[in-house]
Design a protein around this ligand. Structure first.
Ligand SMILES: *[C@@H]1O[C@H](CO)[C@@H](O)[C@H](O)[C@H]1NC(C)=O
Ligand SMILES: *[C@@H]1O[C@H](CO)[C@@H](O)[C@H](O)[C@H]1NC(C)=O
Ligand SMILES: *[C@@H]1O[C@H](CO)[C@@H](O)[C@H](O)[C@H]1NC(C)=O
Length: 338
């Protein structure tokens, strides 16, 4: 009897590994026939008082190594994050076949006129022959080195993205931080549909309308900043010790952050929590062995305030700025980094 149970369990494990490439996350189909893991690792190290944080050797390589060991098969980076070399090194060192790992990178915001050349530079840094997904980082473009706005039509940039896909340098192509008016324009004028939109989604910024729009158009939504302001003490928000969230977490024997990630997954979006701590990285992907009930989902949904944590108001005078404009305009942190 025990032997039969063992055989069956092994069989199930093997079957699920066959469909997830050895990873822990389930997979979601994209509109171009490819598929993406349902959760991934974000790798942007963020800012400090001097601007964009300097990336030191190992800063991104170690977290990616831990993530791959923990069963992640989706890693999100960008030319702007200055860590593509470390991501590539961690993937090669893992011994996991390249084709089992889904690598996302993004077009630099300060070079949106020569997409294929920029992707080739990213591929050289990654030391890879293709990426799984290439995204236009933002509809807002700058001159090289962030020296002022570049008013380049994102439809022209999209043509370059299509060329990158046709050349096989990117298996899938998509956009990030675009609004529905802008996506409509791409859908009307492009040859290839975007397969993914990456935007901020969390308990405070539910983005229900945008997510519905994407579902209707066959576009998968990836969620950056999935915890929103939860751990920013300066922002008034839901705290990780909120009694409603704690009660749901306790009921499932999980942590509040795991509940948040599971909520986003059941909403149909792909969260990419960023962490550089091994225990956090492991905890964040341990969300595929339970389900939230529709009652849990509704309770968690009531925290939505449609409020952004990642504002980009310093770019709001650009004609393609995608979001509502703000009265409080901060300095562009990327400019001060240069
Ligand atoms: C690039 O990858 C190849 C294996 O695909 C490896 O032999 C080479 O050392 C790598 N180069 C760098 C700079 O890491
Ligand atoms: C969660 O729900 C899905 C589909 O609704 C089901 O296939 C899966 O077995 C459930 N998982 C658990 C751990 O209950
Ligand atoms: C999207 O951005 C464009 C350009 O900034 C703006 O004109 C348009 O009103 C925005 N649409 C939505 C739905 O926010």
């Amino acid at each position: 009897m025990r032997c039969i149970v063992f055989v069956i369990t092994t069989l199930i494990v093997h079957l699920s590994e066959a469909t997830t490439g050895g990873g822990k996350a389930s997979k979601i189909s994209l509109n171009d026939g490819n598929s993406i893991p349902a959760l991934g690792l974000g790798t942007f190290l963020g800012f400090d008082e001097k601007g964009q944080k300097e990336v030191k050797p190992g800063d991104s390589e170690k977290p990616v190594k831990w993530a791959l060991e923990a069963g992640y098969r989706l890693i999100d980076t960008a030319a702007l994050y200055l860590n593509e070399d470390q991501i590539g090194a961690a993937v090669r060192a893992s011994g996991i076949p390249r084709e089992d790992i889904f690598i996302v990178t993004k077009l630099p915001m300060d070079n949106q006129r020569d997409v294929v050349k920029q992707l080739e530079k990213s591929l050289a840094r990654l030391n890879m022959s293709y990426v799984d997904l290439y995204l236009i980082h933002n509809p807002v473009a700058f001159n090289p080195g962030f020296k002022g706005f570049d008013i380049v039509d994102y439809l022209d940039t999209w043509k370059g993205m299509e060329e990158a896909k046709n050349l096989g340098l990117a298996k899938s192509i998509g956009i990030s931080n675009f609004n529905t008016t802008q996506i409509d324009r791409i859908l009307e004028n492009g040859q290839i549909k975007p397969s993914v939109l990456q935007v901020e989604v969390n308990l405070h910024l539910g983005q229900d309308k945008l997510i519905d729009y994407c579902k209707r158009n066959g576009i998968v939504v990836m969620a950056f900043s999935p915890f929103g302001p939860m751990f920013h003490d300066s922002l008034p928000s839901i705290r990780p010790d909120d009694p409603t969230l704690v009660a749901i977490a306790e009921k499932h024997g999980k942590s509040v952050t795991q509940i948040v990630l599971r909520y986003l997954i059941q909403k149909g979006v792909v969260p990419i929590p960023k962490s550089v701590k091994k225990n956090r990285i492991e905890e964040n992907i341990d969300v595929f062995d339970f389900n939230l009930s529709s009652e849990d989902m509704n309770k968690i949904g009531t925290f939505n305030k449609e409020k952004r944590t990642v504002g980009m108001s310093f770019w709001q005078d650009h004609p393609y700025y995608p979001f509502e404009k703000s009265d409080q305009v901060h300095d562009n942190p990327f400019e001060s980094a240069n």
